[in-house]
Design a binder for this molecule. Structure first.
Ligand code: GLC
Length: 445
């Protein structure tokens, strides 16, 4: 685990919380089992704020730490963390159930960078709760993304971009360079896989996210953008997906399935591919920055033998990363929106983001944290790959709102059909183009 002096204060606070919850040395029976006639003392003014949060990598534990810090520092408030499904589509499904019921059960939602447009009506305007004091500290593009009709519906929490994880020891062993193109990657993955298979039958060249879900939209957008094949739908509302460069690279990716990538890659999400990587069974992995901290954790087979680089380029373009990331949004149905907003702003504050960056390599959205020595010591790639984060390609969520989720589903299902050999990219994208025209009413290129 990464340590720093800066965290000392937080560590002390956490230790204090743990001591207190252990009863400060008093016999436990007295605390846990009040006399039968003695009514339990429940503070009627105690407010419980529930934060629906992710649990990918170290996410959950770090969110719980921040929740405890807030509860400890604010008498009368307890912050609970609700663990939600890993896959973005499943998490969205859960959130929609809460919204449908206008449920006050969850006060703060961790929302994907692609959701503000689709979900804006369910969230308060954080500018009415003090966000104007901090908005300028964040990357302007993310604030803009989260602003719907002038309302700030989520405070940026962390940003994401796809990265190439590679094994430094194996590149050295086989005298290979870090791949700069997908063709290079294919070749290197095959050479390393052939060599390693002699000793390790479970070894694969390249793992990524090929299941039919939002993660595949991210991976496939990276392939397509890196081959100068556009962004599925352009920011001004033109459907561009049915083009030669997009078709070429998606057919190329289908060729990886069962050769340099396991057949099962078409059922993998982030954590599945990370498990293969973590066990030392892959030469390359496409994943988000959170996998950097987890690769260094105890039990990781790759702790001292990996690094990250920008994703490779296609035959006609230059490497591209999909823009990801998560915000904190306060529910319109919350009974305590003011306190909920205070919790969200605390978790997404300079110190909250620094804690998560140092402990879990979650990329801050607060710009000056990219100049912070302790952050850069924990995550040197925040500096070396800064351009990747700044130039990440956005999914067409703003232009297609409130229908982005449906657009993405059509896209990832089409790509998935190509990856699983049910069709080829030319046929799949011809049909996809028509489906997208019908759904969005946008013209095609
Ligand atoms: C990451 C990204 C998010 C994306 C998801 C897809 O969590 O931050 O934006 O939608 O992966 O799996």
């Amino acid at each position: 685990m990464l340590k720093s002096k800066w965290l000392f204060g937080f560590a002390l606070l956490l230790a204090a919380i743990m001591l207190m919850s252990a009863g400060c040395g008093e016999p436990e029976e007295i605390v846990d089992e009040p006399e039968p006639d003695e009514p339990e003392i429940v503070d009627p003014d105690e407010v419980v704020i529930t934060v629906a949060a992710g649990a990918v990598g170290m996410e959950l534990e770090l969110t719980r730490d921040l929740a405890e810090m807030y509860s400890e520092a604010n008498d009368g408030v307890t912050v609970d963390v609700l663990d939600t499904p890993d896959m973005a589509d499943d998490r969205l499904g859960l959130y929609l159930q809460f919204f449908e019921a206008r449920s006050p059960e969850v006060d703060v939602y961790q929302i994907d960078v692609i959701w503000p447009g689709d979900l804006a009506e369910h969230f308060v305007d954080l500018y009415e709760y003090g966000a104007d004091a901090v908005a300028d500290d964040h990357f302007p593009a993310i604030i803009e993304n989260n602003t719907v009709d002038g309302r700030l519906v989520g405070i940026p929490w962390f940003t994401d971009a796809g990265l190439l994880y590679y094994r430094t020891d194996l590149l050295e062993k086989y005298e290979l360079d870090v791949p700069e193109t997908w063709d290079d990657l294919e070749e290197a993955a095959q050479i390393i896989q052939d060599g390693e298979r002699e000793e390790n039958p479970d070894f694969w060249g390249f793992v990524w996210q090929g299941n039919a879900y939002e993660g595949l939209t991210c991976d496939a957008l990276e392939w397509i953008a890196s081959n100068d094949g556009g962004e599925i739908i352009s920011p001004d509302g033109v459907i561009t997906i049915n083009n030669e460069n997009a078709i070429e690279i998606v057919d190329q990716a289908a060729g990886w399935v069962g050769t340099i990538s396991p057949e099962g890659v078409t059922t993998m999400a982030e954590e599945d591919s990370r498990a293969v990587w973590h066990a030392g069974n892959a030469a390359f992995m496409r994943n988000w920055p959170y996998a950097y901290a987890t690769s260094l954790e105890e039990g990781s087979a790759v702790a001292d033998v990996f690094d990250v680089s920008p994703l490779p380029a296609g035959r006609s373009g230059s490497g591209a990363a999909t823009l990801g990331g998560w915000q904190l949004a306060v529910s319109t149905y919350s009974e305590n929106p003011e306190i909920a907003a205070d919790v969200a702003l605390f978790m997404a504050s300079h110190d909250g983001q620094k804690y998560r960056a140092v402990e879990g390599t979650f990329n801050p959205t607060i710009m000056d944290l990219y100049d912070d020595d302790e952050v850069l010591e924990a995550a040197p790639f925040f500096d070396t790959l800064y351009d990747v984060f700044i130039n990440a390609v956005a999914r067409p969520s703003t232009v297609t709102a409130p229908q982005y989720a449906a657009v993405s589903e059509l896209f990832y299902n089409a790509v998935h059909d190509v990856l699983t050999g049910q069709t080829n990219a030319a046929d799949a994208f011809e049909i996809l183009e028509l489906d997208l025209e019908e759904l969005t009413g946008f013209p095609s290129e």
